[in-house]
Design a protein around this ligand. Structure first.
Ligand code: 5RP
Length: 229
């Protein structure tokens, strides 16, 4: 079901899906919150109903700071047994709800919080919708001493892996690790790929979310918000 809208910028599409995600928040329940520019829109909307929820479990330092600044209580993931819903963006999403995530380097905590949730609601603008995952460089969080050998394994698969840099040095994640961004992959079987790479020594988290795919995707399009289930 779509609602026609005038031509909107990518930022406006993110606002639209951030707003649309509010209806998936369960009153009285702690909500799982992802990371990124689209989620920031959702967090701003969440602040308008903060009195209806106990708070949130956050997937990054950045989201935690934004939630707290808006007066939303942040719970440690260890304090909750389960979440009704986890709301997060994606760098790519295919027709089955499989995603590539980690453009904001928060993939490990995102997977941890998503694993607590009964339902993953993905919010994204239409540029993120793909048929086959792999156009976006695949983020992989790695233990630094294993980075070169993991990069070689990707190269043997035809990929090209580079350490993500920031301020002249390797980017350090919220978990104190590094990120490899892997180009030139076509991830035809996301479930098998995720299972395989997860086994490699030194891989903390691979940015394919297939085992924890989106149950719902709210996609911001020129025609309005499309709900893909
Ligand atoms: C962060 C993520 C984000 O969800 C993903 O990068 C999308 O971000 P944005 O909404 O800014 O496009 O996985 O690690």
């Amino acid at each position: 079901m779509t609602t026609p809208v005038a031509s909107l910028s990518q930022d406006e599409l993110k606002t639209l899906v951030g707003q649309a995600a509010l209806k998936y928040v369960v009153a009285g329940s702690i909500v799982g919150v992802g990371t990124g520019s689209t989620v920031n829109k959702f967090i701003d909307e969440l602040a308008t109903i903060k009195d209806q929820i106990p708070g949130a479990v956050s997937s990054s330092v950045a989201s935690t700071e934004r939630l707290k600044a808006l007066g939303i209580k942040v719970f440690d993931a260890n304090e909750v047994d389960s979440l009704a819903v986890y709301i997060d963006g994606a760098d790519e999403i295919d027709g089955k709800g499989h995603m590539v995530k980690g453009g904001g380097a928060a993939l490990t905590r995102e997977k941890i919080v998503a694993a607590l949730a009964e339902r993953f609601v993905c919010i994204a603008d239409e540029s993120k919708r793909v048929d086959v995952l792999g156009n976006f460089p695949l983020p992989v969080e790695v233990i630094p001493m294993a980075a070169a050998q993991i990069a070689r394994r990707f190269e043997a698969m035809g990929g090209n892996a580079q350490i993500r840099m920031k301020d002249g040095g390797p980017l350090v994640t919220d978990n104190g690790q590094h990120i490899l961004d892997v180009r030139n992959l076509k991830i035809a079987d996301p479930l098998a790929f995720e299972s395989d790479v997860n086994q490699w020594p030194g891989v903390v988290t691979v940015g394919v979310f297939a085992h924890q795919k989106a149950a719902v995707c709210l996609l911001g399009t020129a025609q309005g918000v499309q709900t893909l289930e």
